[in-house]
Write a protein of this length. Structure first.
Length: 244
């Protein structure tokens, strides 16, 4: 079964997360298939830019709790998006949770419609937004991240744009993206690659410095007793034991 759909129009390759039954959760197979698709796009000289989008009403619900990818696989996927010589543009028309926000932050440009909602839900199941912090911390307002990381509150697209998680938010995401994609089509491929290299240098420094420590932290937290309780409570649709 294909978990990532692919279409192309005038040099723009669209990769669609296509596992609506799991709300496009980041399972080990989905992460592997998306990484393979990105690798193929990187080698294809006819691809000018990549759009990352979704089917269903959820862009990505975060890690698949029943079949999660290894933390290092998620690190590799996020770095692959950041390092890609071609711009990667996120197109969101639904909900984004936890690890899905890492995908948005790894993209060079991110646009969402008014129907989109966002939340860092990790703390509510007993873990932390560790690995996804690699692209998030260098690109997003630190005071806002402190609030949303610590509380797990839901926020909307205009707020996501205000704090730097999104490039643009509007009712019609395709209308917002039209001039952006037109600009990418008009740009010279080598110039795009070098310009992207300038823009991602600080983010990649964070990967080089912190990836090993954050991967270890993620693995330790997911193996903890609190995480087992939090994930079980989530799957059983009940409150965790620590709720007061």
């Amino acid at each position: 079964m294909t978990l990532v759909g692919r279409t192309r129009e005038r040099g723009i390759e669209t990769l669609s997360l296509d596992s609506p039954a799991t709300r496009n959760a980041l399972s080990a197979p989905l992460v592997a298939e998306l990484a393979d698709a990105l690798t193929e796009c990187a080698k294809d000289t006819d691809v000018r830019a990549i759009v990352l989008t979704h089917t269903g009403n959820t862009f990505c619900a975060g890690a698949d709790l029943r079949n999660p990818p290894p933390p290092d696989a998620l690190v590799s996927l996020l770095r692959q998006i950041v390092e890609a010589a071609k711009p990667v543009v996120a197109r969101v028309t639904g909900h984004v949770r936890a690890g899905g926000l890492g995908l948005l932050a790894a993209c060079d440009i991110a646009a969402a419609s008014g129907q989109a909602t966002f939340a860092f839900t990790e703390v509510r199941i007993g873990v932390a937004p560790a690995v996804i912090s690699l692209p998030l911390l260098p690109r997003t307002d630190p005071r806002a991240l402190a609030r949303y990381y610590l509380t797990g509150e839901r926020f909307d697209a205009p707020e996501a744009a205000r704090i730097g998680l999104l490039t643009t938010a509007g009712e019609d995401v395709d209308e917002s993206l039209a001039p952006i994609l037109d600009g990418l089509r008009r740009s010279a491929p080598e110039a795009l690659a070098e310009t992207k290299r300038l823009l991602t240098a600080r983010v990649l420094e964070t990967f080089d410095r912190d990836a090993a420590d954050l991967t270890a932290l993620s693995a330790r937290l997911f193996a903890s007793a609190q995480a087992r309780e939090g994930m079980t409570a989530f799957l059983e649709r009940r409150d965790p034991a620590w709720l007061v």
